[in-house]
Design a protein around this ligand. Structure first.
Ligand code: FMN
Length: 344
């Protein structure tokens, strides 16, 4: 059991990483169905929340079946972060997560996200402002440091724990690395090994298969693993990892029936949450990921992104299901670099 304040997570929890424009309620619904133990919203700007920007407010939407769920905020201003924590408090998620890891230019140039790694005193003040302003457990997600010459996750972890945070997730890259090279989990392992650290430490970065998840669990001793890109178009990754960890055997790749069912649920949730037209449009970027690996799928994909009603999409999905009935999928190869977010 891993405890984040009052939240108890099973044995070795698998977390769905917060991902802007990806981890919205429809996507989270299919990840929850397929074994994600803890999920987060996309990051939400504290300034946007206070201005009452519609986009920021919509990102606060959470549903009971998603629990435990965290709302993630970011910002570089103490007062704004405190007020945002109060706003999040009224929504009543299970936890509030602070993003000190986003490398995107438009975020770091405003002194938020990974930029805060350059000033640990500021990071402590921003975190303390949130801890003071909410009754929720507060957690942080960050990177190893700003760049290779300033890796400071050891000090960051100790000082954040002292502010009262209840868990820390670490992406094993620096800001300068963006999504390039390999995540270096040895720094995460050192945080975990520090006898002063009592809070759960979750490792993040490059987990794309059950083997790697098990290897990293054993090698780096983390309390759980957070998975981002490998879940895009493949929510089955969570249960596949759990099964492999429990039995040493692989679940067979999901067949066409399962894939179509997940697309259908994702689509219907998308329409339910966003409304008909935006829901259908939003869903268009997901088909490619779900249907990867199917021979001659291009024509169907084209139809899926062209039609304008749910009934038509349902009909095409039915045809796909019948056309590829019994198709033996290869185990998936994840193209992680292609899925990295555009940081400029
Ligand atoms: C499209 C995309 C959007 C992301 N948005 C966020 C975000 O809103 N908040 C955050 O903390 N990290 C964000 N990240 C970083 C992920 O949470 C995660 O740390 C990173 O992708 C590394 O994990 P992975 O190798 O399992 O993908 C994003 C990553 C991607 C690919």
């Amino acid at each position: 059991m891993v405890n984040i304040g009052p939240i108890s997570l099973p044995g070795f929890p698998l977390l769905l990483a917060p991902m802007e424009d990806v981890s919205d309620p429809p996507f989270r619904a299919v990840c929850k169905d397929n074994g994600a133990d803890l999920m987060y919203t996309e990051f939400i700007s504290s300034e946007g929340l206070i201005r009452d920007a519609i986009k920021s407010r919509q990102k606060l939407d959470i549903f009971d079946y998603e629990r435990p769920i965290g709302i993630q905020i970011f910002g570089g201003d103490e007062e704004a972060m405190g007020i945002s924590a109060q706003i999040v408090d009224t929504i009543n998620p299970d936890l509030l997560d602070i993003n000190f890891g986003c490398p995107v230019k438009k975020v770091v140039t405003k002194g938020a996200g990974a930029a805060v790694l350059k000033d640990i005193d500021l990071m402590v003040r921003l975190t303390a402002a949130c801890v003071r302003s909410t009754k929720l457990p507060v957690t942080v997600k960050t990177r190893l440091g700003w760049d290779n010459d300033s890796i400071n996750i050891g000090e960051v972890a100790e000082r954040l724990q002292d502010t009262g945070i209840k868990a820390l997730s670490v992406h094993g890259r620096t800001r300068a690395q963006l999504y390039k090279g390999q995540a270096d989990w040895s720094h995460i392992a050192r945080v975990k090994d520090n006898p002063r650290i009592r809070i759960p430490i979750f490792g993040n970065g490059d987990i794309d298969s059950p083997e790697k998840a098990l290897e990293y669990k054993n090698r780096f001793g983390v309390d759980g693993i957070m998975i981002g890109r490998a879940a895009i178009g493949y929510p089955w990754i969570f249960n596949e990892i759990k099964h492999f960890m429990a039995t040493g055997e692989h679940l067979p790749p999901p067949g066409i029936e399962q894939r179509v069912e997940v697309i259908r649920k994702h689509l219907h949730k998308s329409v339910e949450w966003k409304g008909l037209v935006p829901g259908i449009n939003e869903m268009r970027r997901h088909y490619n990921n779900y249907l990867k690996g199917l021979p001659n799928i291009k024509e169907f994909r084209l139809q899926l992104v062209t039609v304008k009603t749910v009934e038509e999409i349902d009909y095409i999905l039915d045809t796909i299901r019948k056309t590829y009935a019994g198709y033996a999928f290869e185990p998936r190869k994840v193209e992680m670099e292609k899925m990295a977010c555009n940081c400029d």
